[in-house]
Design a protein. Structure first.
Length: 388
């Protein structure tokens, strides 16, 4: 299918820029102002101040959720004040707690591997934040962010329909592509969203930021949605339930302190002794066991996914070929996609079987299976079951 890139904001347009204090969003605001746009910066307030200080003067890694948020907001305010850009802080703490933090804990406790960034983009960055902007009476033509992605529109109707919705396409800088995190944003929202860095390499972003003397060019990039040092604290609201660590034959190899501390494919920190490398093969929440196996036993022929989203809710009518990513760091692999009906089972919305052209390792329930054709996202769902 042929696609055309969506136009970027022009001089005179009013643009709201979601700013985090990092180099990407700061450069976006600077470039749009230079283009002659009326720029309004907005920054999310997520942190509730509920994380205790780290012992022994440990320093936190830069993260989306943590006490360094106050520094990020101050950086955004300073940049906007210097440039004469209006800036607002939007409180989205409650939405973040419910849609990201509570979801994250519930999924791990159910033996699944959640992706908080997918959830945050759908319900917070492109949900609660935009609702907050609207509630403040701010009118704008476009909402822009520093994500590495592109927006395109198909030249012909999607899946045989007469509709041509805005769709998400891969960034030019493949190493920084963030489309996997964005696939659940509704097409209606994407109509007024723009990603000005979609055609820009990360190295060029730093170069342009330094040319403009942006302080953000020297700041460390966020690495996690929450500092790893706080994982234990995050789950301290309810003690873990100890259980067995077993092999594929059911032999007990050791004991765990709670299944929320494990994820499919994990090797380190298993707490068992073995003469060969072992990996988390699966997690059975019903029996409260963690199953370990050899690396080759983690290979899967495909997966079942449900809770699918499609551009503009236009569903494919027939089985089709595509490429699928099963985690951010995986490369897209050719696959066959076809409807799936479980025998006596249930799913969250229509389920699909995705069969890989070549086996894939460590398919993790709870992660997303994102489907691409010609580098454009045509749909995606949540992995429910690996097909061994």
């Amino acid at each position: 299918m042929q696609y055309r890139d969506i136009e970027q904001p022009r001089a005179g347009d009013t643009v709201v820029v979601g700013m985090s204090g990092g180099v990407d969003s700061t450069l976006v605001a600077a470039l749009l102002q230079e283009r002659g746009c009326n720029v309004i910066g907005v920054t999310m307030a997520l942190w509730k101040g509920d994380l205790p200080p780290l012992p022994d003067g440990q320093k936190l890694k830069s993260s989306c959720y943590g006490p360094d948020e106050t520094d990020d907001i101050a950086s955004c305010k300073a940049f906007c004040a210097e440039r004469g850009i209006a800036h607002q802080v939007i409180d989205v703490k409650d939405a973040y707690q419910k849609q990201v933090l509570d979801y994250f804990k519930a999924e791990y406790r159910a033996g699944r591997t959640p992706n908080p960034c997918v959830r945050c983009n759908r319900f917070v960055k492109f949900g609660a934040l935009l609702q907050g902007v609207q509630d403040m009476g701010i009118r704008y033509d476009y909402f822009c962010t520093g994500h590495y992605a592109r927006l395109v529109r198909p030249a012909a109707g999607l899946w045989g329909s007469d509709r041509t919705p805005v769709m998400i396409a891969g960034a030019s800088d493949v190493s920084k592509d963030q489309t996997y995190f964005l696939y659940r944003i509704p097409s209606a929202v994407l109509e007024t969203v723009r990603f000005p860095l979609g055609l820009t390499a990360k190295a060029d972003v730093f170069a342009m930021a330094r040319e403009r003397g942006l302080v953000a060019a020297e700041r460390a990039e966020s690495q996690d949605f929450i500092p790893p040092e706080y994982f234990e604290y995050l789950f301290s609201d309810r003690p873990g339930v100890p259980g067995d660590i077993i092999d594929l034959d059911g032999h007990v190899l050791g004991h765990h302190k709670g299944i929320e501390h494990y994820t499919v494919g994990q090797r380190r920190g298993l707490g068992v002794s073995s003469t060969r490398p072992l990996y988390v093969h699966s997690i059975d929440a019903r029996r409260n066991v963690v199953v370990l196996a050899d690396n080759d036993d983690l290979l899967c022929a495909g997966l079942i996914a449900d809770d699918f989203v499609w551009p503009a809710d236009i569903m494919p009518r027939e089985p089709f070929d595509a490429s699928v990513k099963i985690r951010l760091a995986s490369r897209p692999v050719p696959c066959r996609v076809e409807p799936f009906v479980a025998d006596g089972g249930s799913s969250a919305g229509a389920a699909y079987r995705i069969t890989f052209a070549e086996p894939q390792r460590a398919v993790a329930p709870g992660q997303s299976a994102v489907l691409y054709r010609d580098g454009v996202i045509v749909g995606g769902g949540i992995i429910s079951t690996p097909v061994r």
